[in-house]
Design a protein around this ligand. Structure first.
Ligand code: ADP
Length: 487
């Protein structure tokens, strides 16, 4: 039976800031059902209650360049499964609120040391367990140095038969630190290999993984192509081109037991389905009412749920003085509901706009139930992302017959088929350029379609609700990667 260790900074339900956390959990559950011996290694952040976990007797001694750090290991399982999750417990590095920083846009100053400890700690964990994985599956920059350490050092020890896979969930986050921090991931037995670690005069954790992983995956086929271009490569496109034979895009799935209008408890008793969609109007009314909007099913509702960061196109949408949102809400008979948290300027601007515009509601914060209600009750769902490695919300939207309005990038391009007015085909509205005027024009097109071609909307809804992006399909693709020989 193949043994796989996931090394990650996030796993649902223990820690989540984005799609990565869901991928690790869902993929692990699928691999388990395919017969793999799958285990997960992640930090024990402060908010993860030790009382629900079991402390291992032995501690891990982890070399960290300047000396050895001692860390405890707590053990739990993924809910409703027997998949072990090992938590790295280190008071100085993880005994504080926050995963990467106090706010999404501010990293902790000692992040290099914190995640070097995770990357190094995975090997010590395996030794402690007397369990050597066939595949070390490392996620994002926070675990990328483990691929480097495997290649430079550990493969000459017990890990000679272990291969590494690096999954890039978002190339925009690379773990860039001062070069002096390289000491934390310097192999004990080797010199620092600066050509593998350094990029533009700084230490780059992700680069260390891209240079050394046996296989590299990212979370959609289109994104795998885009990151090889200077526009989307964040400086690493040359390296990714160099590794192109070993780079593959695998689309994430979604959990249709949670994101399913037939089963969703948040919208009960107004559940609906592709063959019985009439209750969607009842959910829409409920959403309008709860958000304090005019209750009128004739007015199209556009939802948006997102981290409010540049990547998501919030500048073009609501940048002070130039964003398109004010004109859209002012000129068109449309309602906008935005749920999100993120950069302060953006939250301030959305608060300001929503106080000026009666048809715009901004709900600041993280709210899972409201996310379900918005997905189910909206008519359209906007994702004007500059780049989107995979994106989950457009897939949720399709499942609820809420037509996505997306920029043609990453997983959005792989999952949303553009509306063709002649054929009345498609599952959403796709635009290409990223300017406020383009956002304005696409909303004009959407509202025009809503007002003048309702039968097309109804047809697209049905087609959207039939789409399926399952974790079963994704897991089988990962299994192929685990089984391929590397160069
Ligand atoms: P990313 O991982 O880049 O943030 P994704 O679309 O891949 O974007 O995944 C984001 C996930 O987080 C989705 O499940 C989305 O619904 C959820 N989400 C984001 N912001 C919020 C929020 N404020 N409240 C509830 N859920 C949110």
């Amino acid at each position: 039976m193949k043994k796989i260790l996931m090394v990650t900074s996030e796993t649902v339900p223990f820690a989540k800031t984005g799609g990565l956390a869901e991928v690790v959990t869902e993929l692990s559950l699928q691999l388990k059902s395919l017969g793999y011996d799958i285990r997960i290694f992640m930090p024990r952040y402060y908010h993860i209650d030790r009382a629900s976990l079991k402390k291992r007797d032995e501690a891990l001694g982890i070399w960290l360049g300047k000396g050895e750090e001692w860390a405890a290991v707590y053990e739990g399982t993924l809910p409703d499964s027997d998949i072990p999750v090992y938590f790295l417990d280190h008071e100085r590095f993880f005994g504080r609120d926050g995963i990467y920083g106090h706010r999404p846009d501010e990293g902790f100053l000692d992040n290099a040391a914190r995640f070097a400890l995770l990357s190094r700690g995975c090997f010590q964990l395996c030794r402690m367990l007397h369990w050597i994985p066939d595949v070390l599956h490392c996620h994002d920059w926070t675990a990328a140095p483990a691929c480097y350490l495997l290649k430079k050092e550990e493969q000459y020890r017990e890990f000679s038969g272990t291969k590494s896979v690096l999954t890039i969930h978002n190339l925009g986050y690379q773990g860039v630190f001062a070069l002096s921090d390289a000491i934390y991931i310097q192999p004990e037995t080797d010199h620092i290999s600066l050509s593998t670690l350094e990029f533009n005069g700084a230490l780059n954790f992700l680069k260390s993984g891209i240079m050394t992983a046996d296989k590299i995956t990212t979370v959609s086929p289109f994104y795998a192509e885009e990151i090889k271009s200077p526009e989307q490569g964040f400086g690493l496109d040359g390296l990714l081109n160099y590794r192109r034979e070993d780079l593959k895009g695998i689309l994430n799935g979604i959990d249709y037991s949670i994101w399913n209008p037939e089963l969703d408890t948040v919208i009960a008793p107004d559940n609906f389905s592709e063959s019985n969609i009439k209750n969607k109007a009842a959910v829409k009314k409920r959403l309008q009412k709860e958000m304090g909007l005019t209750v009128d099913t004739q007015i199209p509702v556009v939802g948006l749920i997102s981290r409010l960061v540049e990547q998501k196109g919030v500048g073009e949408l609501c940048g002070p003085g130039y964003g398109a949102l004010y004109s859209i809400c002012y000129d068109f008979n449309v309602q906008f509901i935005i749920l999100g948290t993120g950069e302060k300027w953006c939250e301030d601007e959305l608060n300001k706009l929503s106080s000026e515009l009666p048809n715009l509601v901004f709900w600041s914060g993280y709210n899972s139930d409201l996310a379900h209600l918005i997905e189910a009750g909206s008519d359209f769902f906007l994702m004007p992302s500059k780049y989107e490695p995979c994106g989950l919300n457009q897939m949720y939207s399709l499942a609820y017959g809420t037509l996505p309005i997306v920029r043609h990038t990453g997983g959005l391009a792989d999952t949303v088929e553009n509306y063709d007015q002649q054929q009345a085909s498609g599952t959403g509205f796709v635009f290409y350029d990223m300017y406020p005027e383009v956002l304005y024009n696409v909303l004009d097109w959407v509202v025009d379609t809503w007002e003048n071609r309702k039968p097309h909307i109804n047809k697209m809804r049905k087609r959207a609700m039939k789409e399926r992006f399952t974790w079963e399909q994704s897991a089988l693709e990962y299994v192929k990667v685990y089984s391929e020989d590397s160069e």
